[in-house]
Design a protein around this ligand. Structure first.
Ligand SMILES: [Zn+2]
Length: 676
């Protein structure tokens, strides 16, 4: 299923398919079995705080990465499975949400039919793609396929106009390379070359499994590599994609027609069902120019093979076991180091949650989200908001002028907790009993219709970019909103029975993290209305840049694998957010307990428990392959460095664990970050 929202928002963690336990009530919240007391916190805090957890939660074959975050997500997944299976096992009335959820789940589970059908569900689409006779037909074919989920060359989405945030704008976005990251096509090191060679084998095998002769499959693979490499060469890297100005290029329809003349944009928009489109944000201009050059210079047959690949590649997860397995062997095993496939029910649950997310969420929150949790969360959010305000006011490097603007932005945060007040309407989505893949296409068309309907209309700030059952949180700069879905408001983030040291260290830092995104290197470029507009004095902006540079340099020097270093620029926003979250939440914790200080528990001071609770959120086991994948692609630092890298800059942490000069974890004060 396609996902649109991740194009702009800043999330807390990059989710992988996630696994389960019930927590005993703990008044300190700290589970001492998570610790590794054989090592000193002064030597490796992450190992000290999380070593026990990592030993007790070894990676199973299904995962390339598994952390306490994923453990919670896994628990949610089991709850959702029960809810969904309950619907799927009963007779339902056609057109009801129960029928849609039940039928799609049952189709995903029906391995006998999936295997009988083989590649038949994609056969007619492949034939249709092959039937085009000249390049002018691409103007209709590309959008037609995009609507049902195939992104060839580039994609389209609708989101707030970055310069006029209350209005929705049609926007293009670079896409069309199946390896996702441009570096996989371009880097010449041994690891990447090996992946590229395996990818070539994979593309060839998939074509064969989809009914092509070996000779044709080989030829098609060469066509795919040729076009994808050209797209990759022009694509922006992940650092440039984080620069909102570099990705803003609002132009008229006449202008995009000049930029990419090979596509008849009138036909393109008509196929999308859009009338009277006047302007478009042609993001990543160079990528679009590359599309133009590819269409004009490559033979039609080469382009047909590429488009066919994009279709089968997107469909592979919804087809027979031989195709699914080949797909897993490449993307799961080779790329990420996984050893075995997830059980079928998990894949089925994830499809349902993706297609009918809010329908499932509505049932989920009724059963699992107590109203008390929302009230407690709102209190925490307000406490942290107040403290961030105090920290801004007390800042020594910012002028009063910029401070006033920063305070206005902070005060206008749009806060969302738990679940949306109004739910998405799925009445126009139909789920029929033909094939699983046919329904995936229907769901994509439904999502596109829903999204395209927003073109030219005001932004609906009450719409949620995540479902309530999601274990994550986000900040959206264009609406200046922070959102904490019900799914994250559980242990190890939130424990109603634990004291403030625990909850401020865990969910408190998450709240502070999302708030800080409004003021990180990217978020600070948007004003309180969510417009891309500079509200900083030149001197304050310079101060910010200098201070942020300390963070960039610090992370650039971290070796994550032999001869592989973290990318300080790519992870800057997230590292600032972790740092800011810790600073704000720690101060809010001290403020909240000022009149009634907490006692030592489990031989730890309240301050120590705050930092242990923070670290435990990021306890993770990860495969070496996945470290390389995430270092290329993920704007978040790896779990180990979200702990050791972030805490090195927090003075209160040095005090809590009496870390002194000469200790391996010690970073001298002039190398510590000081921003928020
Ligand atoms: Zn974040």
């Amino acid at each position: 299923m396609k996902k649109f929202s991740l194009l702009i928002i800043t999330i807390l963690v990059l989710m992988t398919i996630a696994c389960n336990s019930k927590k005993e009530t703990q008044t300190s919240g700290i589970d001492v079995t998570n610790l590794d007391t054989l090592i000193s916190p002064k030597v490796d805090f992450y190992q000290y705080a999380c070593g026990g957890w990592m030993l007790n939660n070894p990676l199973t074959g299904e995962y390339s990465r598994f952390g306490s975050f994923d453990k919670l997500a896994e628990n949610n997944r089991k709850q959702l499975k029960d809810l969904i299976e309950n619907m799927a096992s009963k007779p339902t009335k056609t057109g009801t949400v129960e029928q849609k959820i039940g039928d799609i789940y049952n189709m995903a589970m029906d391995s006998i039919k999936l295997n009988q059908d083989g590649y038949v569900p994609v056969k007619s689409d492949l034939k249709y793609i092959a039937s085009i006779k000249n390049k002018s037909e691409l103007s209709k074919l590309i959008p037609e396929l995009m609507l049902s989920g195939t992104d060839a060359y580039f994609t389209i989405y609708v989101g707030a106009d970055p310069m006029s945030s209350s209005q929705n704008l049609l926007q293009t976005y670079q896409s069309g390379i199946s390896l996702g990251q441009r570096e996989y096509y371009l880097d010449k090191d041994e690891h990447t070359t090996n992946i590229r060679n395996k990818y070539k084998e994979h593309v060839t095998k998939i074509f064969e499994l989809a009914g092509f002769s070996s000779e044709q499959a080989q030829k098609n693979m060469e066509a795919v590599l040729k076009i994808e490499t050209r797209l990759a060469t022009a694509a922006y890297d992940n650092v440039k994609l984080r620069d909102p100005y570099a990705n803003y290029n609002k132009i008229s329809i006449e202008e995009i027609q000049k930029l990419v003349p090979s596509i008849d944009w009138n036909t393109y928009f008509t196929t999308l069902g859009l009338k009277e489109v006047k302007e478009i944000n042609a993001s990543q201009k160079e990528s679009l120019i590359a599309v133009e050059n590819i269409i004009t210079s490559e033979l039609l047959d080469t382009q047909i093979a590429y488009i066919q690949w994009k279709l089968i590649d997107g469909a592979a997860r919804y087809l027979s076991d031989d195709i699914y397995t080949q797909n897993f062997d490449f993307y799961g095993k080779t790329l990420s180091g996984k050893e075995e496939q997830s059980p079928r029910w998990k894949r089925a649950e994830s499809t349902v949650s993706s297609i009918l997310g809010e329908a499932v969420g509505q049932i989920y929150v009724k059963q699992y989200f107590p109203p008390k949790a929302k009230k407690r969360m709102l209190e925490l959010v307000h406490n942290l908001q107040e403290v961030l305000g105090e920290r801004i006011q007390a800042s020594t490097w910012m002028s009063d002028e910029t401070k006033t603007k920063a305070m206005e932005k902070l005060e206008t945060f749009y806060i969302k907790v738990g679940y949306p007040d109004k739910w998405k309407d799925y009445s126009t989505l139909t789920i029929e009993k033909d094939t699983y893949f046919e329904n995936i296409k229907r769901a994509n068309r439904f999502e596109y219709a829903y999204m395209l309907n927003k073109v030219g209309k005001p932004v609906d700030k009450d719409e949620w970019q995540m479902t309530p059952q999601t274990v994550n949180a986000y900040y959206n700069p264009s609406t200046n909103e922070i959102c904490f879905p019900a799914g994250i408001l559980q242990y190890p983030f939130f424990d109603r029975n634990a004291d403030d040291a625990f909850n401020y260290g865990a969910i408190g830092v998450v709240i502070g993290h999302e708030m800080t995104h409004g003021f990180d290197d990217q978020g600070r470029q948007y004003d309180k209305e969510g417009n891309l507009k500079d509200w900083w004095t030149a001197e304050d902006a310079k101060q910010f840049e200098e201070r942020a540079k300390v963070m960039v340099d610090f992370f650039d020097s971290i070796q994550v694998a032999p001869n592989v270093y973290a990318n300080g620029k790519l992870t800057l926003g997230e590292n600032i957010a972790d740092y800011g979250g810790l600073q704000i939440s720690y101060q809010a914790f001290k403020k909240a307990t000022k009149d009634k200080p907490l006692e030592n528990k489990d031989n730890f001071t309240p301050e120590q428990r705050f930092f242990l609770s923070y670290a435990n959120v990021w306890a993770t086991n990860i495969r070496p392959e996945e470290i390389l994948v995430l270092t290329k692609s993920d704007p978040h630092s790896l779990g180990k460095w979200r702990v050791n890298g972030a805490l090195s800059h927090i003075n209160a942490w040095y005090e809590a664990f009496t870390i002194k000069e000469g200790d391996p974890m010690f970073v001298s004060t002039n190398k510590r970050v000081s921003i928020w």
